[in-house]
Design a binder for this molecule. Structure first.
Ligand code: GRF
Length: 233
């Protein structure tokens, strides 16, 4: 453990929510969470950044910020379930109580995630339930949609199918292409994810047998990102 990491281990009385971030690539959502933590917008302690790609920028970013990082190579495991269980065991060993999938390009095994029900969230660049899976910007353009956005949801065994927490919406403009949509959406994703994680850390957002609750009220639609933060739709 680097000295930097050691200094961030929460004291026993600290109430910051210990989280792990899983990422396979660039890590801009991780950066947004680090900024939210540092600026006091999310009461979180990022205890681990893990991923399947040893050269991912996200893992480098973690190291630069003194956060423990782990690259776990899937090829060393017999199957997906074994890999996922090993990864989640390592995450648990770091004390994380919430796992944030931020550009983690693997589908998690249903059995492996069962003990983590309600404690793993994902950010997805579409207005779910539209466009689960890949190439969301391309599919929005192909469909001629006038609106696009991103979603944060609790994960289940169904790809991009778990209960919605919050969404951010933006118009599709004439002349938009995949690149322009992705570029305009990304900063909105960062705000969405930071707000959702902050809401979970504050105990305002929970997934219970009654559904996703926000301030004790069951949501029948995703929360929306407004100028003041998350609001009921
Ligand atoms: C984001 O668009 C996120 O919605 C998707 O993958 C991308 C990850 O970007 N799941 P980054 O690695 O956080 O920059």
């Amino acid at each position: 453990m680097s000295p930097d990491t050691a200094s961030r281990v929460p004291s026993p009385e600290s109430r910051s929510l210990p989280i792990a971030v899983l990422a396979s690539g660039r890590g801009s959502n991780l950066e947004a969470l680090i900024a939210a933590r540092d600026e006091g917008r999310a009461d979180i302690d990022i205890v681990l950044v893990a991923g399947d790609k040893p050269h991912a920028r996200a893992l480098r970013l973690a190291e630069e910020h003194g956060i423990a990082s782990l690259a776990l190579d899937p090829s060393g495991f017999a199957n997906r379930a074994d890999y996922d269980r090993a990864l989640l065991d390592r995450i648990a060993a770091h004390g994380a109580r919430l796992v944030v999938l931020a550009g983690f390009m693997r589908i998690l095994d249903g059995g492996a995630i069962a003990p983590w029900n309600g404690r793993i969230i994902n950010i997805h660049p579409s207005l779910l339930p539209k466009y689960r899976g890949l190439h969301t910007h391309r599919r929005v353009l192909k469909a001629g949609d006038t609106e696009h956005g991103a979603s944060v949801h609790f994960i289940t065994a169904e790809l991009d199918g778990g209960p919605l927490i919050a969404q951010v919406r933006m118009p599709v403009l004439s002349g938009d292409n995949e690149e322009s949509l992705a570029k305009r959406l990304l900063p909105l994703e960062h705000r969405l994810l930071s707000l959702a994680v902050a809401g979970i850390a504050e105990g305002r957002i929970v997934w219970t047998p009654e559904g996703v609750l926000f301030d004790h009220q069951a949501l029948d639609q995703a929360l929306l990102v407004g100028p003041e933060g998350l609001t009921a739709a």
